[in-house]
Design a binder for this molecule. Structure first.
Ligand code: NAP
Length: 248
């Protein structure tokens, strides 16, 4: 069976860590990105230097056409897609809900939620055993914001992640008998470039003392949990979302 893995937003941060770890676990990795071609190429280069197989594709997760094209190209390069990590996500600047413009709300949901829906839908259509597929495993990247709510910062982002948690539960039940597992992770404060979008690049470090473990998490710590859920080691897990948040 082909072991082709798509990691959306695999050019940086948590996605890049998933791409590296996935390649080390034997997956052929197709990583998507939105704009930063150089960062995506660097991850591919690193994986290939280590003896793995990887391909980077510019593909906006909020575009139906881009998502179909992403899966087509991944399959053409490496064979049937049996793994998907729905990781691409964006965060806008810290704001109260009263000051969130509709355009920002729509953009956040388009990438975080609609992107997850479009990629999950494409994966299920191809993986479903009843449709001739080989089955597979999907991991959705949520956030602790889904349960904390992100007041005075990013309620739009928190709402998009809460909806992803509901999607994980529903889709897991819907496709369990079709050979597909669907799980999720909720990262806490992880030190990546995403915090720059909040207007405070040091946000993760600044808030670290509020975490019970008193530190931020690493991208590798999140990626290890994601790759475990993706793997056959988690063969009886579906519909689960695991907090990777140092107790936050
Ligand atoms: P990051 O460092 O900002 O990386 C984001 C990645 O997503 C980049 O590869 C980016 O591509 C890609 N991307 C953004 N919009 C896209 C789109 N429309 N289509 C395709 N790719 C797109 O973010 P991160 O911190 O690693 O976050 C990864 C995931 O973890 C997100 O879902 C985020 O919400 C979640 N998360 C992060 C934290 C944290 O503390 N870091 C906490 C909880 C949850 P380009 O390189 O081209 O821009």
């Amino acid at each position: 069976m082909a072991r082709t893995l798509i990691v959306t937003g695999g050019s940086r941060g948590i996605g890049a860590a998933c791409a590296r770890l996935g390649a080390r676990a034997g997956w052929s990795v197709c990583l998507s990105y939105r704009a930063n071609e150089a960062a995506a190429a660097a991850v591919v280069h690193e994986i290939e230097q280590a003896g793995g197989r990887a391909l980077a594709i510019a593909s906006d997760v909020s575009s139906e056409l881009n998502v179909t094209d992403l899966f087509d190209r991944a399959e053409k390069a490496f064979g049937e897609v049996t793994g998907l990590i729905n990781n691409a996500g964006i965060l806008a600047s810290a704001s109260t809900l009263a000051n969130i413009e509709l355009s920002r709300w729509t953009a956040t949901l388009a990438t975080n939620l609609t992107g997850t829906f479009l990629c999950a839908r494409e994966a299920v259509r191809r993986m479903a055993v009843s449709a001739g597929g080989a089955g597979g495993s999907i991991v959705n990247v949520s956030s602790m914001a889904a349960v904390l709510g992100a007041p005075s910062e990013f309620i739009d982002y928190a709402a998009s992640k809460g909806a992803i948690d509901a999607l994980t539960i529903g889709l897991a039940k819907e496709v369990a008998a079709d050979g597909i597992r669907v799980n999720g992770v909720r990262p806490g404060l992880i030190d990546t470039g995403i915090h720059e979008s909040s207007g405070d690049p040091s946000r993760a470090k600044r808030l670290a003392p509020t975490v019970p473990m008193q530190r931020t998490g690493t991208t590798e710590e999140v990626a290890r949990t994601i790759l475990w859920l993706l793997s056959d080691d988690a063969s009886y897990c579906t519909g689960v979302t695991i907090n990777v948040s140092g107790g936050r």
